[in-house]
Design a binder for this molecule. Structure first.
Ligand code: FAD
Length: 427
């Protein structure tokens, strides 16, 4: 292979790829030798949003449901191909993301914290129809908040702004692919263009196929108002159908972002209901802790699966974020974990960037080893929770209830869970 044009090429400009680009720009002697390939969304990405995102402000998107009307049943994982760099900005991505304290500190240090966010000071975990609940509070850990909720699109916009000013080379265009690698570098194709780099980082949110679990669940996303709202509270309720989370809404005070997981048929049924029927079903599933819940917003359906790679590093190619592991959204851990991948990789490659002609192998091996435990614990926890609470077996569910009750009574039991959710495992 001939001389590399770039020291590092990052394939995929989602939040994880962009954070990596920002961190590398700070330590690279010449940030322009870092390439960020902001490719178009491929036709069938795992756990990707449905086509029917909410209309961007002032410009209803074709095919999206009109505000205030019930959503049509949405075909999962069919995404229109973007045709311009601007189209890669997911203004219509309806996801909201619970960011833990560690992620917030990281994003703030990069001046990339979104303009609007909602704080979570208390997390209430319970299971429907069974004993037990636990409350995790910021005061237990002496932190101003346990986490904060941001909109995926808002985070993306802020990161976009920062990346444009950081000096890395942004290459917009069609989806990029690793073509091949040898001892000297990696060859990447982006449409008709070919580029060479010394290390390639896959942050395209896809491609993890070694371990797969189909949960038989889809998530319905929407926004709801409560007659008795409680500011600063997030709720995770395990039901026989799947987990139901209500998070403080990042853009509308006293509203909640709803993430309701259930069997695909039920999810489609919920998505197709009229607003009154959906609001009644939501209130019934959630209970009366917030009074009556009412939703007038569009609904979006996301298919859920666990997809993970065993090895994050293969030669000079590294996978991070959802490209390394796509998790069930229970407990809101996917992006938090991906940001820890990015932070660790930037830290590991900082020294190598001063001598990029040297072999990166030892450093990449160190990176993969350092990330193993955190990936294993986080993926294991988020894999276990939705399955254990949905067995339909009363003794198992009672045991889960007792575990929640025990955690509520004994803060030393609660601490490890909360600590992990707050910051993740750091090697
Ligand atoms: C319903 C739901 C709720 C969630 N809630 C939370 C939460 O509360 N907290 C949390 O931490 N996580 C949450 N997650 C997970 C979180 O959304 C993901 O972990 C996170 O978006 C992963 O970021 P990423 O950058 O790795 O991948 P992505 O966000 O998927 O971004 C990948 C980017 O790469 C681009 N791309 C794809 N293919 C190519 C290619 N070949 N070449 C170039 N570019 C390409 C895509 O267009 C995209 O922009 C949730 C997920 C879902 C589905």
């Amino acid at each position: 292979m001939t001389a590399s044009a770039f020291d590092i090429a990052i394939l995929g400009a989602g939040p994880v790829g962009r954070v990596l680009a920002l961190m590398l720009a700070r330590v690279a002697p010449d940030p322009s030798r870092i390439a960020l390939l902001a490719g178009s969304v491929p036709a069938a990405a795992p756990a990707a949003p449905s086509t029917a995102g909410p209309p961007a402000a002032g410009s209803p998107a074709a095919g999206s449901p009109a505000a205030g009307s019930p959503a049509a049943t949405i075909p999962a994982a069919t995404i229109p191909a973007a045709t311009s760099p601007a189209a890669t900005i997911p203004a219509a991505d309806p996801r909201v993301l619970a960011m833990n304290h560690g992620s917030r500190v990281l994003l703030e240090s990069l001046l990339a914290w979104p303009d609007r966010s909602a704080d979570i000071r208390n997390i209430h975990v319970s299971q429907r129809g069974r004993l037990g609940r636990t409350v995790i509070q910021n005061t237990d850990f002496n932190v101003p908040q346990l986490g904060s909720v941001v909109a995926y699109a808002g985070l993306h916009a802020k990161l976009d702004e920062r990346v444009a000013a950081c000096g890395v080379t942004v290459l917009s265009g069609p989806a990029a692919q690793v073509e091949r690698q040898d001892a000297d570098g990696v060859r990447i194709a982006q449409g008709d263009n070919t580029l060479l780099c010394r290390v390639a980082v896959q942050s395209d949110g896809a491609g993890a196929t070694d371990l797969r679990r189909d949960y038989g669940q889809h998530a319905v996303l929407t926004t709801a108002h409560a007659t008795l709202p409680r500011r600063g509270w997030a709720w995770e309720r395990f039901t026989a159908e799947g987990p139901l989370a209500l998070l403080p809404h990042p853009q509308t005070p006293d509203a909640y972002s709803v993430v309701w997981c259930s069997a695909p048929e039920r999810a489609n049924e919920l998505a197709a209901m009229d607003n009154a029927a959906f609001s009644a079903a939501l209130t019934q599933a959630f209970g009366d802790r917030l009074g009556r819940l009412s939703s007038q917003s569009p609904r979006h359906v996301f298919p859920l699966a666990l997809a993970a790679r065993r090895a994050q590093v293969q030669g000079r190619v590294v996978a991070i974020g959802n490209a390394a592991q796509t998790l069930h959204p229970v407990a809101g851990q996917g992006l938090n974990l991906g940001l820890r991948d990015a932070a660790r990789l930037a830290q590991t490659l900082a020294g190598w960037l001063a001598q990029p002609e040297s072999s990166p192998t030892a450093r990449l091996t160190e990176f993969a080893q350092a990330r193993q435990v955190d990936r294993f614990i986080t993926a294991g926890l988020t894999d276990l929770m939705p399955r254990v609470f949905a067995t339909g077996l009363a003794p198992v569910e009672h045991a889960c209830g007792l575990a929640l009750l025990g955690m509520d009574l004994a803060s030393p039991l609660r601490a490890p869970l909360a600590q992990h959710l707050l910051q993740g495992f750091r090697a």
